[in-house]
Design a binder for this molecule. Sequence first.
Ligand code: IFM
Length: 454
Amino acid sequence: MASFPSHFAWGVATASYQIEGAVNEDGRGESIWDRFCRVPGAIANGATGDIACDHYHRWRDDLRLLSELGVNAYRFSVAWPRILPEGTGTVNSAGLDFYDRLVDALLEADITPWVTLYHWDLPQALEDRGGWPNRATAEAFAAYADLVARRLGDRVRHWITLNEPSCSSLLGYFWGIHAPGRRSLRDALRAAHTLLLGHGLAVAALRASVSAAQIGIAQLVIPAYPASDRSADLAAAHRFDGVHNRWFLDPIFGRDYPGDMRAWYRHDVPLVPPSDFDRIAAPLDFLGVNHYFPVYVADDPTEPLLRLRQVVPPGAELTALGWIVQPAAFFDVLLRLQREYAPAALVVTENGAAYADPPPQAGRVSDPARVRYLAQYLAEAARAVATGLPLRGYFVWTLMDNFEWNLGYSKRFGLYYTDYPTQARIPKDSSFYYQAVVRTGRVLSPEEWQPPRG
Ligand code: IFM
């Protein structure tokens, strides 16, 4: 049985827009997701985050779930439009009060808060001024980070600046399937740069007001394997890696944007002052890794911009999102990050899976596929620890089923089942499994582990 060090951070993760609801309460401003959800056809079944899991009102109950799980860490995000409804300027103190209470209650329950400053809910007012492609948004983000740090920094030591800047820029500004729904490579690359610059400026702001801060960024890492050993496929896989991973990781670790991708993107790469790269590379205490699946990539001359396509190997096991289940790829990611970037520490800030869970029966949900997924991925995390990688924590995505962005409520990732009409949270077997792992600090094989009765 694989084991973890005793000081390991065991947690679950959530994000403001995905769970809070209460979008018009207590002075919260509009976010790009509020606006995007109103675009016909943008979100599955026309869903919105207006109510989501109603966590804004039910957070005390949700904290009880954390205690039930026995986790010692909880990663949540602060909604920028609750704090600064216009993105800059007037502060909405009711917004800060909400997170203030949440932090106090977590500490009382002996759960360490890990605060993400940006998990995709940009104030719409900033999008109206150009959004992330506008360089001024980096300064606005740093000012917001400073504000939150001054309010919570006496109690919160663990900070994550951005969640998955690759998604904010590529899905939001290039493919247009996430808010704000724009489709321009040039804008996406500008957005990526402003996000990274904002990250660097926010790190400086956090260091200035939080003593002994532990600061990181949560990067989505998607390992890309070639679909065949043809050299064109090898190059396509490397290109996918450049688009999704290296473009966002290299500058964080003191490098320029990768040269092969600069050459590929050519005139779409923004011209920026070289000093930006010094700011972006502000030293971090850990690299947050969000990992879910690998991809297999083939060269595709018919695809105009990136000249590649993903293929699914025959017989591959898939989650409800069609994501390939390949636990060994998780170990590869952790090993590679350590070898190529040597971060001070690694923390898995998200890992988990969506499955078509059956409806609850007798107050329980049976989700053997998720139990298996977690067991296999946790075993790889344990292998990373045993190999000597500085892995310091692991957060399951996610506490309870919630608003899965453009997929609305159609996909369930939670350890708890959210019954949206009643807002009941119903434990899935995976919640009991994770509880057992957290309690013992060991990865139990699904075969030897039985869900508790009744
Ligand atoms: O739900 C998302 C989360 O907001 C960011 N990382 C991936 C998760 C699953 O898609």
